[in-house]
Design a protein around this ligand. Structure first.
Ligand code: C2E
Ligand code: MG
Ligand code: MG
Length: 403
């Protein structure tokens, strides 16, 4: 067999013939290790028995006993980090809904396969695996939950760094701003994603100290860039748990002021799904944050419960459409409709509309046509260390590449 690929694939289907057929095709295509399971329970067993992670799971949705949706829920709980392809003879809308559900649970679905499966459709899927597959050694983006003591130690030792992801203005094609994203520099796991530690920091009451430090670091970095003559702004994420004290606007004003950075170059991003615990207090704090001159962004818009209500009352300056309404919008009518209405809604409220999570050119072009102001996503650039960012920025602006 030529072209052998060092990847491990698990195929899950209750139909024995399909299992044999797909396994055969995969081997023909050079996959060196194909595992099979006839039902959800067996699939869970196979996954848990592996010492090395499975790279790709090809999973049927319709199965007796544990169906595909239950199976995906289970592996999401176990933080399965490989890629997933769903296949089934069910109605395409149902397949799409299952894909979305899996994505919302944090799983990495890279596509769907309609039955009958062909060698061509499998080959296309395998090509997508060419991008580096997460291994056990790369736990940075896994939703592994760390214990409180370990996180406290990391806070004390200041083991948190910032990565920067650019936002580009649609009108000019220039980089206007960067989102500052926290990463834990872990001795064993390398850079750990914020989803693994922010919830713990929130629960243990350390989020205020954490956010103040992140804001200070971000403002210090902005100060350096401004001194280098770069015309940039920054966005920093603020947790709803931060809004528990009335003097928060003063704390943030001081953190930014100490770095000699103009406050109007700093936007605070707040996730909408958590807004509205104590409405009066939230409104009080956010309004005074605005009065101090900060920008205020409603993050992950569309994934919460109070979108319209929140927009009507809270003093936001920016709306960030969540990536689940951007990813694949050019191909999927329902996603496109949601993207379009979110952008329109933001414009009606006079907000700066940012679409995040843009990964491909087609979605970039669509978001542009639909009238958003700024775009953020892997299509422009991934979050980068300060050094990487500066190198990237000079290359990008040199080309002044208009997509
Ligand atoms: P967010 O504020 O919505 O940040 C955007 C997230 O989407 C980032 O994940 C970014 O890496 C990711 N992303 C950007 N472009 C793309 C894309 O094209 N495709 C995909 N699939 N993902 C993309 P990250 O850095 O893992 O951060 C996750 C969340 O953690 C953030 O979501 C934010 O809510 C939270 N977070 C990060 N830093 C902080 C912080 O300092 N404080 C607080 N409270 N939360 C933070
Ligand atoms: Mg954000
Ligand atoms: Mg977001």
């Amino acid at each position: 067999m030529n072209n052998e690929k060092q990847i491990r694939v698990l195929v899950l289907d209750d139909d024995k013939f399909m299992l044999e057929f797909v396994s055969h095709l995969l081997r023909e295509l050079g996959v060196n290790e194909v595992l099979v399971a006839e039902d959800g329970k067996a699939g869970l067993f196979v996954l848990s028995a592996q010492v090395t992670a499975v790279d790709l799971l090809i999973c049927d949705i319709e199965m007796p006993g544990m169906d595909g949706i239950e199976f995906l829920r289970n592996i999401a709980d176990q933080s399965y980090s490989g890629k997933i392809v769903l296949f089934s003879g069910v109605d395409p809308d149902l397949l799409k809904a299952t894909e979305r559900l899996a994505t919302v649970r944090g799983l990495n679905v890279i596509g769907t396969l309609a039955k009958p499966v062909t060698v061509g459709s499998l080959a296309t899927i395998l090509e997508q695996l060419a991008s580096p597959v997460r291994r056990n050694s790369d736990l940075s983006r896994m939703r592994q939950i760390f214990n409180l003591e370990e996180i406290k130690q990391a806070l004390l030792a200041d083991h948190f760094d910032l990565f920067y992801q650019p936002k580009v203005a649609v009108s000019s094609g220039h980089v206007t701003s960067v989102e500052c994203l926290a990463r834990w520099r872990h001795a064993h796991y390398g850079y750990v994603s914020p989803d693994s530690f922010i919830p713990v920091i929130e629960q243990c009451g350390l989020i205020n100290e954490f956010t103040r430090r992140i804001l200070t670091k971000s403002a210090q970095q902005l100060d350096v860039w401004l001194q280098q003559g770069l015309d940039l702004k920054i966005s920093v994420n603020v947790s709803m748990e931060n809004l528990d004290r009335f003097n928060l606007p003063e704390i943030y004003e001081k953190a930014v002021g100490d770095c000699n950075v103009p406050i109007d170059r700093v936007t605070l991003e707040i996730t909408e799904s958590k807004l509205g615990k104590d409405f009066a207090q939230t409104l009080d704090i956010l309004t005074r944050i605005r009065l101090k001159g900060f920008g205020l962004s409603i993050d992950d818009f569309g994934t919460g419960y109070s979108s319209m209500e929140t927009l009507k009352h809270m003093p936001f300056t920016e709306l960030k459409v969540d990536r689940i309404f951007a990813h694949g919008a050019a191909e999927d009518l329902a996603t496109r409709a949601m993207l379009e209405s979110s952008i329109k809604l933001g414009k009606v409220f006079g907000l700066n509309v940012v679409v995040e999570g843009i990964e491909i050119k087609a979605d970039y072009e669509l978001a542009t046509v639909l009238g958003c102001d700024e775009i953020q996503g892997y299509f422009i650039a991934k979050p980068m260390s300060p050094d990487e960012f500066i190198k990237w920025l000079f290359d990008y602006e040199k080309l002044n590449y208009k997509h």
